[in-house]
Design a protein around this ligand. Structure first.
Ligand SMILES: Nc1nc2c(ncn2[C@@H]2O[C@H](COP(=O)(O)OP(=O)(O)OP(=O)(O)O)[C@@H](O)[C@H]2O)c(=O)[nH]1
Length: 343
């Protein structure tokens, strides 16, 4: 719009100075361009154009630009050559979304439009002066020749820029996907799909800070599968992996939405239970033990774990809390495994 207003003003001034053919009027030109710009503006802003592949209406905008420039050429009389400068800018617009085929068609359209404008200037074929020496014909032909050279060159630049933009867009998409994958890998345990130790450490720190600020209580449980070595020894490492996976799936299935179970290392898991006091946390872990006990578990009897449950004590660090849970977990092992100790 700014370019149309700027170019229109320069031409209007030239007319005001009497440098342009006296019978030329800018009014129909300005009315046409103003109406078309308003239509395009409404089509874009209302979201109506979103249904098209060319949602920015780049091609219609280029057609309008070429028409306005060529019309200006007919109006421009002795200063008409200046009306061709915007044509070069108009085609650069194609770089925003058009493929090379459309840019090529629009280039051809621009050259044909200028030829048509020149024909109009010299009058319709019977009665018009089409001779080489007709007034202004030399300038028109040189202008047309220059445009035939320059427009394809400009279009070539537009095509290159357009394909560069497309490549950039697809590379950015690939990068975003790769980043999401890296984030997933950085926070998830590959085998079980649970949050990994590093991520759980962050969640624990966050919960500690939240608890300090809002005086929320929360509990954790350190869970260690019992006699896991026997499974590996008897059935192989792959079978052990499968047991870890099905334990993770079964254990998570019985948890509340806020609770987070993470793989803490090997056959050890850490359960974080926000807004949960010790007794409720203990009940949750007992329920988990029961669910896990129903897992089909090779020929080695039922799967069990030993767990140490602790409610967070004000002023405690994460390490102190984890140490307490560890002590309780070993208590559970000493007490014969398959049990939960609270401390
Ligand atoms: N398959 C498999 N085994 C693992 C993995 N991580 C740790 N282990 C195994 O888990 C076993 C843990 O053995 P121990 O620390 O002796 O404990 P346990 O046999 O469970 O005995 P208790 O904890 O005392 O009941 C070891 O044999 C490890 O090799 C894993 O990712 N996959």
């Amino acid at each position: 719009m700014a370019v149309y207003i700027g170019c229109g003003t320069v031409f209007g001034l030239a007319m005001g100075m009497g440098w342009v053919a006296p019978d030329a009027s800018m009014l129909p030109w300005a009315t046409f361009v103003g109406t078309m710009l308003a239509v395009l503006y409404v089509a874009l802003r209302s979201g109506w154009s979103a249904r098209f592949h060319d949602a920015a209406l780049t091609a219609p905008q280029i057609v309008l630009g070429v028409t306005a420039a060529c019309w200006g050429y007919v109006l421009g009389g002795p200063v008409r050559t200046a009306a061709l400068f915007p044509l070069l800018l108009v085609l650069i617009f194609g770089t925003f979304s058009l493929g090379w085929r459309r840019i090529l068609w629009l280039t051809v359209f621009a050259i044909v439009s200028l030829s048509f404008s020149i024909a109009l200037r010299h009058g319709p074929s019977p009665g018009g002066d089409w001779s080489l020496d007709a007034p202004g014909m030399h300038v028109d032909l040189v202008n047309l020749g220059m445009l035939v050279v320059l427009l394809p060159a400009t279009s070539l630049v537009a095509v290159r820029l357009s394909s560069l933009r497309r490549k950039l867009r697809s590379e950015r998409r690939a990068l975003t996907e790769a980043l999401a994958e890296v984030q997933r890998l950085a926070t998830r345990d590959e085998l079980t799909g649970l949050p990994n130790r590093r991520h759980m450490q962050e969640l624990l720190d966050r919960e500690l800070a939240r608890s300090a600020r809002h005086e929320h209580r929360f509990s954790i449980a350190l869970i260690d599968l019992d006699h896991f070595k026997r499974i590996n020894d008897a059935h192989g490492h792959a079978a052990g992996d499968a047991v870890l996976r099905s334990f993770a799936m079964t254990a998570v299935g019985g948890l509340r939405g806020h609770d987070v179970l993470a793989r803490w290392g090997g056959e050890e898991f850490l359960l974080l239970m926000p807004d949960t006091a010790g007794p409720q946390a203990e009940a949750t872990v007992w329920r988990m033990l029961e669910r896990v006990g129903h897992l089909p578990f090779m020929d080695a009897g039922s799967l069990s774990f030993s767990a140490g449950v602790c409610e967070y004590r004000r002023g405690e660090t994460a390490t102190q809390l984890l140490d307490r849970a560890d002590v309780q977990m070993y208590e559970a092992k000493r007490a014969g495994r398959g049990t939960v100790q609270v401390g």
